[in-house]
Design a protein around this ligand. Structure first.
Ligand code: AMP
Length: 609
């Protein structure tokens, strides 16, 4: 990566993330433990000479040392001591705030460190993110950053955030609105001019609804409304109280912090599961209960409902009806809850766009903005097109086009493939380019294997996605949808930049060979079908062949032999098609026997026969 690198940072109330553009792609950096999310929490050890601890290890100190574990400091950025909003914020916090009335509020972190400004604490989080990025970049210094803030932050809050960045050793190139960052991550800068979108952001502690309008390539905030005291934490608290009652936990039990953790984990699991067990051993007579998604949804409905009024107010402020919006996007970890998605759908009369990770969208957008500023992303609409079709080779040697020629880039398309052979463990992805029906006549741009869980024939699901970015780089992603195992391969040249003569030659050849190519495709398809049919017939003969008489068996065996002969004869399509049709017709009775046998077995199992 070049020295003009600029990183993008989502400095969140609950969690923070950092990323940078890498060859046209926004990439978020992981810390030494492989985690991309850093809790925005700083723990100050009692020994004032000891280094403050940031992130997960700090978050773990929250229950033990509440007065010295500082979280949610973003709520205090730019706050003045003694003002009602500051006093209100201080009331919920287990650590102390200080400062002379009218001056900036400070946080008492204990010991000789004195009282720190909120931005001085944010700077420690930013410093940790900077170190993570530098490690991920093999020691390269990271000195420039884009940092996001809520759209409603005032000048003082923005200035304080900038100062936090500077204290951490960054030159802050831009302070970016979070909803704008999210819109960039969702690729909405490519919508038509004057498109209007809503960004529904429900995080751990805050809710924001922003309405943006795309104007000359820049997002303008038309309206924003929200609640700085509404989010996943409220859901955790409600669930914790519900569980305390179920476990019959005494009101003064010291198991509450643990129960809050359990509640949060259960809530997160219930976004993908419909029921989950919760264990709280050694506290009361009951150590386990089962919680269903339906119970959670009933419990959180009143909390989620509060977001409705904010959405309606923002729409009214922008003088818009839901139908004036082109898109509604989701941001914040809590929007992973199906109940939130359903509610957003209900409020806006359209399904929200869920194509991005809601908890990473702001960081990804900040990274894209950083890329635009550093020149790594060209901020121009490129009306380039793909000169030739791009696809992959499928079973039988055929070309499967994923992005047809003349598609405007940037573009993204994909397809789901399955395994043609039982118990197969990997699929070879051969990326090809060209207009010919048979893969071998096209050009190979790259090849790789994607592993998947062995499954019966046709049961595996491998998604293959092609994305050509604005720089003409093709990114091929293949994912086993069952295990989530994936591989991404970058093809840096050839996808778009092909010499004109070569394009002309390829197209001329595809026209010239159109007839034989068509024949070739039919032959390849017939061969695949023959292999499938032969396997099925052999299987059926083994299971139910005994019920046929000798003459019928001999006839099927002769038909099988003819299909095999036609296959090894090579290119005789007519012979293969005829042999296949005969085998199809000749095995009708065998197929019926097989079905009857299966039904008998099923009835026997049920004790009917
Ligand atoms: P954020 O502020 O965007 O990092 O969001 C943090 C909040 O999202 C916390 O309350 C998390 O418990 C919540 N969250 C994260 N993942 C999930 C999930 N899968 N289902 C429900 N809530 C989640």
């Amino acid at each position: 990566m070049k020295t003009d690198l600029i990183v993008g940072i989502d400095l969140g109330t609950t969690n923070s993330l950092i990323g940078a553009m890498d060859a046209g792609f926004p990439v978020l950096f992981a810390d030494a433990d492989g985690r991309r999310l850093t809790p925005s929490v700083v723990y100050f050890p009692a020994d004032a000479d000891a280094e403050p601890v940031v992130g997960f290890p700090a978050a773990r100190q929250r229950a033990l040392h509440p007065a010295r574990t500082i979280f949610s400091v973003k709520r205090l950025v730019g706050a003045r001591a003694g003002e009602p909003a500051t006093l209100e914020a201080a009331a919920d916090l287990p650590y102390a705030l200080t400062g002379k009335p009218g001056e900036s509020a400070r946080v008492r972190v204990g010991g000789a460190r004195g009282d720190l400004l909120p931005e001085e604490i944010s700077a420690l989080v930013l410093r940790k993110l900077k170190a993570d990025a530098e490690r991920a970049l093999d020691g390269q210094t990271v000195a420039r950053a884009v940092i996001t803030v809520p759209a409603y932050f005032n000048d003082a809050q923005r200035a304080a955030t900038k100062r936090a960045g500077e204290l951490a050793g960054f030159t802050v190139e831009r302070i970016l609105n979070e909803p704008t960052a999210a819109a960039l991550a969702y690729g909405l800068d490519r919508l038509d001019e004057r498109s209007k979108i809503a960004v529904y952001d429900l995080g751990g502690g805050t809710f924001d609804l922003s309405i943006l309008e795309l104007n000359a390539g820049v997002f303008q905030v038309l309206a924003t409304n929200g609640n700085t005291r509404l989010g996943g934490d409220d859901i955790d608290a409600a669930l914790m109280n519900f569980l305390a009652e179920k476990f019959a936990l005494a009101a003064d039990s010291d198991a509450f912090p643990r129960l809050r953790e359990l509640a949060r984990e259960a809530k997160e699991r219930l976004s993908t599961e419909t029921e989950t067990p919760i264990y709280l051993p050694f506290q009361t007579a009951r150590s386990e209960i089962a919680l269903t998604r339906a119970e959670l949804e009933t419990l959180v409905r009143p909390i989620l409902e509060k977001t409705r009024a904010h959405c309606l107010r923002a729409l009214a402020d922008a003088r818009l009806a839901p139908t004036d919006l082109q898109r509604v996007i989701l941001v914040g970890g809590a929007t992973r809850m199906p109940a939130v998605r359903a509610l957003v759908g209900e409020i806006f009369g359209r399904d929200p766009d869920t194509t991005q990770h809601p908890d990473e969208a702001v960081a990804i957008g900040a990274t894209i903005q950083a890329g635009i500023l550093s020149g790594a992303v060209r901020n121009v609409v490129l009306l380039d097109v793909t000169p030739l079709s791009l696809g992959i080779e499928t079973f039988g040697g055929l070309t499967n086009v994923i992005i047809p020629r003349n598609t405007t880039i940037p573009t993204k398309a994909g397809e789901l493939f399955t395994n043609p052979v039982a118990a197969q463990q990997a699929m070879r992805i051969r990326v090809i380019q060209g207009e010919r029906e048979l893969a071998r006549d096209n050009w190979t741009l790259g090849e790789f294997d994607v592993e998947f869980q062995p499954a019966p024939r046709g049961a595996a699901r491998v998604g293959v996605q092609f994305e050509i970015d604005a720089n003409g780089i093709l990114h091929v992603l293949a994912r086993d949808t069952k295990t989530g195992q994936e591989k991404v391969v970058k093809i840096t040249s050839g996808a778009v930049d092909v010499a004109d003569e070569q394009v002309e030659k390829m197209i001329a050849e595809s026209v010239e060979h159109a007839f034989e190519d068509y024949h070739g495709r039919l032959l390849a398809e017939a061969k695949v079908k023959a292999a499938e049919t032969l396997a099925a017939v052999r299987h059926a003969l083994a299971l139910a062949g005994g019920q046929l008489d000798a003459a019928q068996r001999a006839e099927i065996e002769a038909q099988v032999a003819e299909v095999e002969a036609a296959l090894s004869a090579g290119d005789d399509l007519a012979r293969l098609q005829k042999a296949l049709a005969a085998l199809d017709a000749g095995t009708q009775e065998l197929a019926t026997l097989l079905i009857e046998q299966a039904m008998d077995e099923a009835l026997q199992r049920k004790g009917v026969l």
